[in-house]
Design a protein around this ligand. Structure first.
Ligand SMILES: *[C@@H]1O[C@H](CO)[C@@H](O)[C@H](O)[C@H]1NC(C)=O
Length: 368
């Protein structure tokens, strides 16, 4: 009798957790089967934020290939759009921080300002070079090259590599997967793609970055889970909800809602269109409801799991530690929170630690 009541309670509460999206297409795409949603290797996913940018220039081919050979599960391109509609792989709306553009005298009179604040994002460029004011070809012809964004990191490889457009990143990954396949991995190394400044582009520049991304994926036949699973696993992430709703109205590719620490989010609603969340790490430690500790599972993560969402927090930086004094401990502390994946700028050390903790777990099981 007690068991029956317990099951009934579980069923009722399970039902109350799930929030069904009112749009039937979004609902169906949200609940589609995604074989690579969870890492089958028995450890959290490693997502290389801007490639292996801890050691190489952000979003350079070198950073992506290095992350690949370090064993990353995904490389993570951010998308901007040029004046002629090319998806430009770069984090910022403007180029001074991560390129050599200020050294190209022909562009001296092309500097300007942008301040775009919405309820989800803030973008600020001051006396800078806005990606969308330039065509792709003029940047390449002028010799634009990428740089590492942190002064404290190594700059040996700055100003060597041109930026990538999304097509370059896709083709690079397809080629690496084909020519240097990883042994013993169920899935190929994928791309975890972020649409940036979606509303800025839509409202101020009249371009729909999410639509261009969808069309590009379609061009490469990567626009559904079924196609992506075999060729190149794809995640779509954004701080901007509209862009994820757009994707879920078009395709069953997995979506991840990025979360900053300064906004109130409705997790039930997010779970109606998103397969996961990408929270700032503070959500697992000291945002509301968490009692700060370094070794117990996080209530936030548990809540997301109840809502059938994966949790991929950002971002691990071995040279900017937050919760410990050792990069290995930092990885272990996040893992104890129960996360399903990590955004990291040092994929090699993150993966090595995760493989080590996994082998320790397996050893314990054998001993028992
Ligand atoms: C921000 O505003 C947009 C447009 O009004 C809305 O769709 C979205 O839900 C809002 N985001 C948050 C986090 O409240």
């Amino acid at each position: 009798m007690k068991l029956v009541i317990l099951i009934a309670i579980l069923l009722i509460s399970k039902h109350s957790w799930a929030y069904d999206n009112p749009d039937p297409v979004i609902r169906e795409n949200r609940n589609a089967e995604i074989p690579y949603l969870e890492n089958p290797e028995g450890r959290p996913y490693v997502v290389s934020h801007r490639g292996a940018c801890g050691t190489l220039p952000d979003h350079s081919t070198a950073a992506y290939a290095t992350a690949y050979f370090d064993g990353t599960d995904f490389d993570e391109p951010d998308l901007q759009v040029t004046k002629d509609g090319v998806l430009f792989v770069m984090h910022n709306l403007c180029m001074k921080e991560t390129t050599n553009i200020a050294d190209l005298p022909q562009f001296d009179d092309r500097r300007s300002d942008v301040l775009h604040i919405t309820n989800e994002t803030t973008f600020k460029c001051t006396d800078d070079y806005i990606v969308n004011d330039f065509t792709w070809q003029e940047l390449i012809d002028a010799g634009l090259k990428v740089r590492n964004r942190y002064k404290s990191r190594n700059h040996f490889y700055d100003d060597l590599y041109p930026p990538m457009r999304l097509e370059n990143a896709i083709e690079l990954m397809l080629e690496l997967n084909e020519k240097s396949p990883k042994q013993g991995r169920k899935f190929k190394t994928g791309l975890y793609i972020e649409t940036k400044a979606v509303r800025f582009y839509k409202e101020k520049r009249n371009v729909d970055i999410a639509k261009i991304l969808y069309d590009t994926l379609e061009k490469y036949d990567l626009h559904t889970v079924e196609k992506a699973t075999e060729k190149l696993p794809i995640f779509i992430e954004s701080f901007e909800q509209d862009s994820l709703l757009y994707f879920k109205s078009k395709t069953d590719l997995p979506t991840v809602q990025l979360m900053t620490s300064s906004i109130e989010y409705d997790l039930d609603w997010i779970s109606s269109y998103s397969n996961g969340v990408g929270p700032k790490h503070t959500y697992m430690f000291n945002q509301e409801g968490e009692d700060f500790n370094l070794d117990k599972p996080s209530k936030f993560v548990e809540r997301c799991h109840e809502l059938d969402m994966k949790v991929h927090p950002y971002v691990l930086q071995d040279d900017i530690l937050v919760y410990s004094e050792d990069p290995i401990d930092e990885v272990k502390i996040w893992e104890a929170k129960g996360v399903d994946g990590y955004f990291t700028e040092f994929p090699q050390s993150t993966l090595n630690t995760l493989l080590y903790t996994k082998s320790q777990r397996e050893l314990t099981l054998i001993k028992e």
